[in-house]
Design a protein around this ligand. Structure first.
Ligand code: PMP
Length: 429
């Protein structure tokens, strides 16, 4: 692949933008190389500035479940653009999107829109602290909940990729209020709550962990969070920013009949524009300013263009109900990869859930961050570059997840499997 123009643009960007990127996960730092600059997207493809075309499994890190430049999304944004770009006053579209989410599986009684997943989780934590009068929170190792101070402690995603799971600059006094327990370890949670349960404001969890690759919750793990929090008067926060609306029309926890106190949304609910939200039971949400004392605000929150993109996306998802077909695609990807790995006698784990997919080069099942770190990371790097050089665009890190959209086709899945098969041919040479 010729990536000359991308390289020139990155060199220039680095002179004016910190690290040349506005989010570290976009750099290819961990796999050793320069990122591609994208010219445009088309359905399930992206085309870089050198004219190379790729099947896109990043989908803007999750939001684009309808693929790039979906007609409904584009025309809704255009229509709203005629009214204006921002008013800083309430508009009808905010309530429309709130109602759609309220009516979705596991939807909250009340919601508030913000601009990023970081703001959503940060605000939910503040609300939990405000409601309980307690400072200490519990999160799980390798879960990423955005980059607010309290949550940037032994996190996943880019922090793991770049080797800084706890960032300098997070005040020690605050970090010590964030207790980090191992994911999928019911006993560790129970033991901790037995000793300190009455000091805990909330437990925040990714109900399917997707920022250390994809790791499903073990049976009983989420149930034990619900049980322990409620036993000790703490709040249960489901961070559905990444997985919400990706495996069903609503929250993943609703499929397990769990009823979290607060839910965080992002990504899909904004259809590619900056939208996230937190919501939950009215008894808690009514404690937010202006009705209650817990403060949170945003100049551009509920922005008209963003609301329009979110409404168009969710309406389309509701109409289509594409989760079964997405599951077929990811299962086909699983089957193809598995067959090829078996043929080459290469150890691989291939977790997938509807539109989410990831790969670990590991002999044993991967259930925690520790297991991810013990997988064959150099092989992942080689996999990343081989796939990229053959037209498959994946996240440049084993700590991330691949995303499918409704625009991906079975032909593209077969093409991806073919490239993977060639990669494994190289690996055993
Ligand atoms: N929570 C989860 C589960 C996430 O995956 C992310 C981002 N990948 C965030 C929160 C933070 O969202 P944002 O990047 O929009 O701040």
């Amino acid at each position: 692949m010729n990536c000359k123009r991308s390289k020139e643009l990155f060199k220039e960007a680095k002179q004016f933008i910190a690290g040349g990127v506005d989010s570290p996960v976009r750099s290819f730092a961990s796999v050793g190389g320069d990122p591609l600059f994208i010219n445009k997207g088309e359905g399930s493809n992206i085309i870089d500035v050198d004219g190379n075309r790729y099947i896109d499994y990043v989908c803007s890190w999750g939001p684009l479940i309808l693929g790039h430049r979906d007609n409904d999304v584009i025309s809704s944004i255009k229509a709203v653009l005629e009214r204006g770009t921002s008013f800083g006053a309430p508009i009808d579209l905010e309530t429309e999107l709130a109602k759609i989410i309220h009516e979705s599986d596991g939807g909250p009684s009340k919601i508030r829109f913000v601009n990023s997943g970081t703001e959503a989780t940060m605000s939910a934590i503040r609300l939990a602290r405000g409601v309980t009068g307690r400072d200490r929170i519990v999160k799980f190792e390798g879960c990423y909940h955005g980059h607010s101070d309290s949550l940037l402690v032994r996190a996943g995603s880019g922090t793991m990729t770049l080797g800084q799971p706890t960032s300098p600059g997070v005040p020690a006094a605050l970090a010590k209020e964030t207790i980090v327990l191992p994911y999928n370890d019911e006993n560790a949670l129970r033991d901790y709550f037995e000793k300190y349960g009455e000091q805990i404001a909330c437990v925040i969890v990714e109900p399917i962990a997707a920022n250390m690759g994809l790791i499903a919750p073990k049976d009983g793990f989420l149930e034990s969070i619900s049980e322990q929090t409620h036993k000790y008067g703490a709040l249960f926060i489901a961070d559905e920013v990444l997985v919400g609306f990706r495996t069903c029309f609503g929250t993943t926890v609703s499929k397990k009949n769990l009823d979290p106190d607060l839910i965080c949304y992002g990504k899909v609910i904004g259809g590619g524009l900056p939208v996230a939200a937190y919501g939950g039971k009215s008894i808690y949400m009514d404690r937010m300013s202006p009705d209650g004392p817990v403060y949170q605000a945003g100049t551009l929150s509920g922005n008209p263009l963003c609301m329009a993109a979110g409404i168009a996306t969710l309406k389309r998802l509701k109409r289509l109900n594409p989760y079964g077909s997405l599951e077929k695609l990811s299962t086909a990807l699983y089957n193809g990869f598995k067959q090829s790995a078996d043929k080459h006698d290469i150890d691989v784990q291939l977790p997938h859930a509807a539109s989410l997919f990831s790969i670990f080069f590991s002999k044993t099942e991967v259930n925690s961050l520790h297991d991810v770190k013990n997988s064959n990371l150099p092989r992942f790097n080689r996999y990343f570059w081989f796939m990229l050089n053959n037209g498959i665009y994946l996240a440049p890190s084993p700590f991330e997840t691949a995303f499918l959209s409704i625009k991906h086709t079975m032909d593209q899945i077969h093409k991806t499997v073919e490239v993977f098969d060639k990669f494994l041919d190289e690996e055993i040479k």
